[in-house]
Design a protein around this ligand. Structure first.
Ligand SMILES: Nc1ncnc2c1ncn2[C@@H]1O[C@H](COP(=O)(O)OP(=O)(O)OP(=O)(O)O)[C@@H](O)[C@H]1O
Length: 676
């Protein structure tokens, strides 16, 4: 069966490029096998099991594209490939994606290098796993013969370099003619692969076409991007290195000696930019990158699974650690404990002052010479620091003189209770740091934080400990998706806290404006939750089904209706992913159990025969995406300071289709949007 978005006609060079790609991957593998396996773990604390097994230099990422020039270049000839790693082998020239010359491919400019002649054509590859699935040419200047037709257009056998490579000559008739390869207007059938509901076959009006053309302005390889977005979503993000856009590559490739702040509406590619920036920072290609190491911190373990695959093939030396905030905190505490319950809590639980409280408590312990020793010293020491905070120090030696602080301290639970509660994990981490700072070997030259709007002051304090002196930050997020009042309300506050920016000026925001994930109808629906100044998010996926909103008359019918909607979406997106997002997962799970669903590999996954359904609370859905999403009882989603960040995030997890099921209440803004 043809997947959504697959092209009907095949580019004539596809077999050749597929064979070239196989040869490239085989050569990389051969190169890697002669390099001894090394332990690339960065430190005792950050052992990444998948990194240890990876031989240096290996990458299973396919070639990403090819550029051709209008004249012979002394070094590169008429054309060269762009790949995850450099390969320089006679007539097979692959330039690394982050080498200066690759700027020609990504369309960001021509600084820092010179070629003899000009760029004539960009060829972008679309992939299925590590194979090339499609080829898309963009001609800037037509040249004849084509730079890709330098008399050596042969199909090598797709085997190891040593294998018998009886070349098959591609018939001259099948050579790409520049005219045929010029990017076709986006109104052609290929560029409109979007509708499961018949919208793809619907005739687009002239105005629709104009709007779409405007949305695609400034993009490269727009057809391939649209095809990728129309394809079913999988649990993990698929590589989009080949279709990184000029504005995205520009951010990815900023100097490692710069702090960056990247803000964008849902689905504007922030996570993609974060992942490739991490890879760019540590790339082996550039000298300046060789001393770099990156801690990429996301919101949840699902996010880590979602993103890890993007950076792995571009980081064969294992210099990027992808983790999530709770894992960072838990590693610091270093005790075997199950943290249960939500993150929530009183403001002070996570207040930045905790650092001073913990430091003062440790000082009192040192003065009293009562620092624990022995086999359980770590736990005992943590208990001692925490308990001193809880009691606001010793008589005559308070931890804080502020009555508000001491009232908060008096409300803290006893250590044995607190050590199991997720809401006290940041305080426990901060208390541990008071006597056990992060060693230099565990620190990184760059901290890259995604969903940064959800990091609390105390968590920023903890994260700061992981940054080497002189290191830099890349902060990525969306203030409109902020999930709680306990985090900073503006980027200015965050940059003040971290002391980054230009003197008194907070760090400048880099805005990502182009929406990729959700269709415009979904964004327009969710948009109504935002203050008017923040509205107007748009997507290059202009068309798609309107979100469906269904009222159910009785509370008992709510979850059955939600499951019914999810089953309908599963039918529409048989190779894709569907999630139900609710603040009351218990009732849903009970129902799924009764209806024969069983828990899958992870907590959020439910299976019945061949059917797969994902169940999320707003918290765990952050940063993820699915083809279809059912949001249950939107009126129950918690608000923060009058904002509906959690609901907004949940509604925008859908790539193609959104259903809302409600009984108790609907936020007014959405009620109006649903009636339109
Ligand atoms: N250049 C690109 N080519 C193809 N797909 C892209 C490109 N950039 C982003 N996408 C796709 O758009 C979707 C959304 O991207 P991403 O998750 O990075 O957005 P985000 O801004 O982090 O979203 P959110 O804040 O809502 O979590 C993903 O499926 C991603 O693969």
């Amino acid at each position: 069966m043809r997947d959504r978005g697959e092209r009907v006609t095949q580019h004539p060079d596809l077999p050749f490029e597929q064979a070239r790609n196989s040869e490239y991957l085989a050569r990389l593998k051969a190169r890697a096998s002669i390099v001894a396996q090394v332990n690339v773990a960065r430190s005792r604390n950050w052992v990444d099991p998948s990194a240890i097994k990876l031989p240096v230099g290996i990458s299973d990422h396919p070639l990403v594209g090819r550029i051709g020039f209008d004249a012979e270049d002394e070094l590169l000839g008429r054309a060269c490939y762009i790949g995850p790693t450099r390969l320089d082998d006679g007539n097979f020239q692959v330039v690394s994606w982050d080498a200066p010359v690759s700027q020609l491919f990504f369309g960001t400019g021509d600084e820092g290098f010179t070629i003899d002649g000009k760029l004539a054509v960009r060829r972008t590859f679309d992939h299925r796993l590590s194979d090339i699935a499609d080829v898309d040419d963009e001609w800037l200047t037509r040249v004849d013969p084509s730079p890709f037709d330098a008399g050596d257009l042969q199909v090598p056998a797709p085997s190891t370099p040593r294998a018998d490579r009886r070349a098959r000559r591609v018939s001259p008739d099948s050579q790409p003619s520049p005219a045929a390869d010029t990017v076709r207007p986006t109104s052609e059938a290929d560029a409109e692969p979007l509708g499961e509901d018949g919208s793809a076959t619907r005739r687009r009006t002239h105005r629709d076409r104009e709007t779409q053309d405007q949305r695609l302005a400034g993009m490269r390889s727009a057809e391939t991007v649209l095809r990728k977005l129309a394809a079913p979503r999988s649990a993990a993000l698929q590589s989009v290195l080949a279709t990184l856009q000029p504005d995205q590559f520009d951010v990815v490739s900023r100097s490692p000696h710069e702090d960056l702040l990247i803000q964008g509406h849902p689905g504007t590619g922030k996570t993609v930019v974060a992942a490739y920036r991490a890879a760019y920072l540590v790339s082996a290609e550039r000298k300046e990158a060789q001393a770099q190491s990156v801690l990429l911190v996301g919101p949840t373990s699902d996010y880590v699974a979602h993103v890890k695959g993007l950076v792995r093939p571009l980081d064969p030396e294992g210099r990027i650690v992808v983790t999530h905030i709770a894992e960072v905190l838990d590693r610091i505490v270093g005790l075997k404990t199950n943290w249960s319950g939500g993150i929530g809590g009183e403001h002070n639980d996570i207040d930045a002052h905790a650092r001073q409280f913990a430091a003062r408590a440790e000082m009192i312990l040192q003065r009293a010479k009562t620092v624990p020793t022995g086999p359980t010293a770590r736990r005992d020491h943590l208990e001692a620091v925490y308990s001193l905070i809880q009691s606001n120090g010793l008589p005559g030696q308070p931890v804080s003189d502020n009555p508000e602080d001491s009232a908060w301290m008096a409300r803290l639970p006893r250590f044995n209770e607190a050590i199991r509660m997720r809401r006290y994990l940041p305080l426990m981490a901060q208390s541990t740091l008071a006597f056990q700072p992060v060693p230099f070997t565990d620190q990184f030259t760059h901290l890259l934080v995604d969903e940064a709007q959800d990091i609390s002051p105390i968590e920023w304090n903890v994260l700061e400990q992981y940054l080497r002196p002189g290191g830099h930050w890349t902060l990525v997020g969306d203030m409109n998706q902020r999930r709680s009042d306990t985090t900073y309300a503006t980027w200015g506050h965050i940059s003040d806290h971290l002391g980054i920016g230009d003197g008194d000026e907070p760090l400048q925001q880099t805005l990502l404006r182009r929406g990729y994930r959700s269709t415009t109808p979904i964004l327009q629906f969710a948009d109504k939750l935002l203050p008017s100044s923040q509205r107007g998010a748009t997507s290059i996926q202009v068309e798609g089904p309107r979100p469906s909103v269904e009222y159910v008359p009785g509370p008992d019918a709510l979850f059955p209706k939600a499951v019914e909607a999810a089953l309908r979406l599963l039918k529409s997106y048989p190779n894709g992913t569907v999630a139900i997002i609710t603040v009351d997962p218990g009732r849903l799970i009970q129902l799924l159990g009764k209806e024969g669903w069983r828990r899958g590999e992870t907590l959020n996954l439910w299976t019945r025969g061949h059917e797969l359904l994902r169940v999320h609370v707003p918290e765990s859905a952050r940063g993820l995406e699915f083809d279809g999403v059912v949001v249950v009882e939107p009126g129950d989603f918690p608000e923060n300071l009058g904002r509906e960040g959690q609901l907004y995030t949940s509604l925008t997890r859908a790539n193609r289709e959104l259903a809302v099921v409600w009984h108790k209440g609907m936020p007014d803004a959405l009620r109006k949007a649903a009636r339109r």
